[in-house]
Design a protein around this ligand. Structure first.
Ligand code: 13P
Length: 374
């Protein structure tokens, strides 16, 4: 497991605070502390990690010989990480992105699963769900959704030779692939060697499913990834109205409007490849929305920012111990895209959250901004 390196002292909320272990005296690298104590004292204090998890500060080393890559980093770091990984991974590796954000560029909005896939020349699906990290770490029961729909081997393309080829021996093969706009196109990927077990829905299920972590695998990669990104904006809105003391009815109202905007965004900009039911029936949609608006970090920080009358960035620094909110960044990214499309007014809740964060609107204006016009 790759872990971003930093030096720190074992803090008071660690299970090992003041223990006699050498890493508990003075400052040490986070990776050395994790490996000595089996505890991520910075980001998951109080949780005993399985002994087979090894924290590695070298990205290159951590991915060496890995056939399966799981990307779980704040979304602002992923492009740089992919740049570093280019040419360093197995040619037939496959990935899953757990990143709850979207990649906004000049040409439009795309999913990090697609960005990772394109940059690394591998196929990458997505995982998202009602999965507040601390609860999952304590093995409290929850559900999640994996979206996986790899390109099918083009029957006219040459079949790769058998055996386990090394990177230099593997030629790119043409696959037919449906992208997030619903377009079919030919993409070039390195194929799995013929003696390699196929990575299909059953394998992902086997890898991730646990008695306390129930997995549903679907083919709607875009819906899974988008649900995880967009619900963070709504969680910020829920925090704002809760911070005002407006109660559960107000929170339910922003969740309802937000869910409709998620569905509208998916169908308007990701066309045929999205299935509305991913938002309304899967853990990656409505369930993640509910949990994030109840106890997620975006919700909590937005609520405190209203209660304390302080900017959310200040609350983020005070409360999150170096972790970064995804909702504030996603609100800005999505707004940039909607503005370009001339579609801000069609997404009143997403737009209101961004404007409040920018200081251009106040939380009191939310009800009038999202009310239906006769
Ligand atoms: P945040 O804690 O970042 O708001 O997200 C919670 C979450 O994604 C739960 O599934």
């Amino acid at each position: 497991m790759w872990v971003f390196e930093e030096k720190l002292e074992v803090p008071k909320n660690s299970m090992h605070y003041k223990s006699s272990e050498p890493v508990c005296q003075g400052q040490h690298n986070l990776t050395d502390i994790i490996n000595a104590l089996n505890e991520n004292v910075k980001y998951l204090p109080g949780v005993a990690l399985p002994k087979n998890i090894h924290a590695n500060p070298s990205l290159e080393d951590a991915v060496r010989d890995s056939t399966i890559l799981i990307f779980n980093v704040p979304h602002q770091f992923i492009i740089r990480i992919c740049d570093q990984l280019q040419g360093k991974i197995l040619p037939y590796a496959r990935g899953i992105s757990c990143i709850k954000g979207v990649d906004v560029e000049e040409e439009g909005v795309s999913l990090f699963s697609e960005t990772i896939g394109k940059k690394l020349g591998i196929y990458c699906g997505s995982l998202s769900g009602a999965n507040i990290a601390n609860e999952v770490a304590k093995e409290l029961w929850c559900e999640t959704t994996i979206g996986y729909d790899p390109p099918h081997l083009d029957s006219k393309a040459p079949t790769p030779a058998g055996g386990s080829p090394s990177q230099s021996q593997v030629d790119l093969v043409s696959f037919e692939h449906k992208d997030s706009s619903g377009q079919y196109s030919k993409v070039k990927l390195r194929p799995l060697p013929t003696d390699y077990p196929p990575i299909d829905h059953a394998l992902w299920w086997t890898l991730f499913h646990r008695p306390y972590f129930h997995v549903r695998v679907v083919s709607d990669v875009a819906g899974v990834a988008l649900g995880g990104a967009l619900k963070n904006i709504i969680a910020v809105a829920a925090g704002f109205v809760d911070g005002m003391g407006w109660g559960d009815n107000a929170k339910a109202a922003v969740m309802r409007v937000g869910l409709l905007e998620m569905v509208k965004f998916g169908t308007q900009f990701f066309g045929n490849s999205i299935e509305t039911k991913t938002f309304t029936e899967e853990s990656a949609g409505v369930a993640d929305l509910i949990t994030s608006c109840s106890g997620g970090r975006n919700f909590r920080c937005a609520k405190l920012s209203v209660q304390r009358g302080a900017p959310i960035e200040e609350i983020e620094k005070q409360e999150l111990n170096g972790q970064k909110l995804q909702g504030t960044l996603t609100a800005a990214d999505i707004n940039k895209f909607l503005k370009k499309q001339g579609a801000e007014k069609d997404y009143p809740l997403f737009t209101a959250v961004h404007r409040i964060l920018k200081g251009e609107m106040s939380v009191e204006d939310i009800p009038s901004h999202i009310e239906p016009k006769l």
